[in-house]
Design a protein around this ligand. Structure first.
Ligand SMILES: Cc1cc2nc3c(=O)[nH]c(=O)nc-3n(C[C@H](O)[C@H](O)[C@H](O)COP(=O)(O)OP(=O)(O)OC[C@H]3O[C@@H](n4cnc5c(N)ncnc54)[C@H](O)[C@@H]3O)c2cc1C
Ligand code: SF4
Length: 479
């Protein structure tokens, strides 16, 4: 079946959701959002930790909470969307016209696989917001076996946070990107042991705030300039060697150590997912992680909104019979992000050098991704929250705890939860034992209190997503 649409948006993650809402707010009608999973939210659904929206909203949401903001807007604005709809290809509607730059060539043909069969959409414009996939080649070229027990960080995260399945008990994490750091904390909180994180570069890849709250809080060592140099095990991983490397990437003699472990978690980078776009004709726009990999959802959201603005201009030009500009990939956000990333890396290096030179003692504020260094005299920081954070960090360090609780009778087995305020850092592991004993009965609504005065710390444990009752006709639906 072939259906005509004004704009087709592919991917129901934060980029696609922001784009489709912004299109609607700009008065653009006859649009549809297509998502291959059985729910909207993209990677946010499995990111049950907090740290989302710190810049855009100046609030600290968990992944499911951030997603719910956009899912609610989509429902309120009655924006049509299809789930379990996998886009197989996007190509110019007329390849000949495309080559001759005929106006017709701007239109696209989107082929979609749904449960009911294959659909085709003819669209004036297409926004591809299809996210990214994980690199699985972190161990390429390393001697040893490839037994069971090797997971990418995102797969391990989905298993623990969505399926209630622990991928292993004793893990070694390869790569210090944010997903690896977050998984180090998650595995530890779930009662597993993380032996160390190894990073082949000389500085860690992830945000400083994640190094502090995911590794240092749990005394998990991070070894930079270090690689996994051998993997052991027949059916299941039984251990790995790690070795230091020099500036040329050669193993330093005598530096190799063996770690007995049953799991290797690879957090070695992400690759934009945009293969289904077969020809990059005018009329196809990319945003979010399908364009380049972003650290923060805030930037992804902003880009989704900006790309909707580009589509609006494109459609206006088409309607006026003018040739649209060639700007859809030379997108201003990319340069800004690249500069920001380079500045961040430089700041990390400068800070490390200054500390080594002056011996100045500082504490890193982890309230937002800026990770400002504050001195013990409460100097420094880009906003007033820094000194307040440091005072608390010295006197009574607290952390918001995010985790999940088992659900009886739910369409999904777990509901993500968080404490409404921080609890003392040293009580985190006891808090997890208490959470393991808790249960909820479906339906569960976001904000529902699952444990009042949790740990007698004056905070409540609340649900951060909705869980519908299990039903035969709609077994997997999530509100
Ligand atoms: C583990 C992890 C932790 C993170 N932690 C933080 C954090 O603490 N704070 C923060 O600000 N940011 C964080 N981020 C970054 C941020 O969340 C991501 O950059 C952002 O979610 C990317 O959004 P996206 O919409 O581009 O991609 P995604 O969220 O990946 O969404 C892409 C969507 O497209 C769909 N799709 C793909 N291919 C097709 C197809 N062919 N047809 C139909 N649909 C398709 C996918 O199913 C998915 O739903 C984290 C990211 C990860 C991976
Ligand atoms: S002091 Fe820096 S890191 Fe802390 S909240 Fe303010 S800007 Fe963010």
């Amino acid at each position: 079946m072939r259906i005509k649409k004004n704009v087709v948006v592919i991917g129901g993650g934060p980029a696609g959701m922001a784009a489709v809402i912004s299109l609607k707010e700009r008065g653009i009608e006859d649009i549809i959002l297509l998502e291959k999973e059985n729910r909207l939210g993209g990677v946010l659904s499995q990111c049950i930790h907090d740290g989302f929206g710190l810049i855009y909203y100046r609030k600290n949401y968990s992944g499911p909470e951030y997603s719910a903001l956009y899912e609610q807007k989509i429902a309120e604005k009655e924006i049509p969307y299809l789930t379990e709809a996998t886009v197989l290809s996007v190509r110019s509607l007329d390849a000949e016209a495309y080559r001759s730059l005929d106006a017709e060539s701007y239109r696209s043909l989107v082929t979609v696989q749904t449960a009911e069969g294959t659909l085709e959409y003819e669209a004036n414009a297409v926004i591809a917001a299809t996210g990214c996939r994980e690199r699985g080649r972190g161990l390429a070229g390393i001697p040893g076996t490839r037994p069971a027990g090797i997971y990418t960080a995102g797969t391990a995260q989905a298993l623990i946070n969505l399926q209630n399945f622990m991928p292993g008990r004793k893990a070694l994490i390869v790569g210090s990107g944010d997903i690896g750091l977050i998984m180090a904390r998650r595995i530890t909180l779930e009662g597993g042991q993380v032996l160390c994180v190894v990073e082949k570069e000389d500085i860690p890849g992830g945000l400083k705030r994640n190094i502090i709250q995911c590794l240092e809080d749990f005394a998990i060592p991070l070894y930079t300039n270090t690689i996994v140099s051998n993997v052991y095990g027949k059916e299941r991983v039984s251990g790995a060697d790690i070795s230091q490397i020099d500036a040329e990437g050669n193993v330093v003699a005598g530096s190799t150590r063996f770690y007995a472990c049953d799991t290797l978690i690879l957090s070695v980078g992400l690759i934009p997912e945009e293969d289904m776009v077969e020809d990059r004709h005018r009329g196809v726009f990319l945003c979010g992680n399908s364009l380049y990999v972003h650290d923060l959802v805030d930037d992804v959201t902003l880009e989704g909104e900006m790309v909707a603005g580009q589509v609006e201009t494109f459609l206006m030009k088409l309607a006026a019979g003018q040739a649209p500009d060639e700007t859809r990939f030379a997108y201003p956000g990319i340069e800004t992000m690249r500069k920001k990333r380079a500045q961040l890396v430089k700041r990390k290096k400068d800070m490390a050098r200054k500390k080594a030179e002056t011996g100045a003692k500082t504490i890193t504020c982890i309230m937002c991704p800026n990770s400002c260094e504050i001195t013990y005299d409460l100097e420094g920081g880009m906003c007033g929250k820094g000194p307040e954070y440091v005072k608390n960090e010295i006197l009574n360090p607290k952390r918001t705890l995010t985790s999940s609780v088992k659900v009886t009778g739910g369409a999904i087995p777990l509901v993500s939860v968080k404490t409404t305020n921080g609890i003392p850092k040293e009580k985190l592991m006891d808090a997890m034992k208490l959470i393991a004993e808790l249960g909820a009965t479906a339906p569960v609504v976001p904000g529902q209190i699952l444990c009042k005065d949790f740990m007698e710390e004056g905070t409540d444990l609340v649900a951060t997503k909705a869980v519908k009752r299990y039903s035969l006709d709609n077994t997997s639906e999530i509100e």
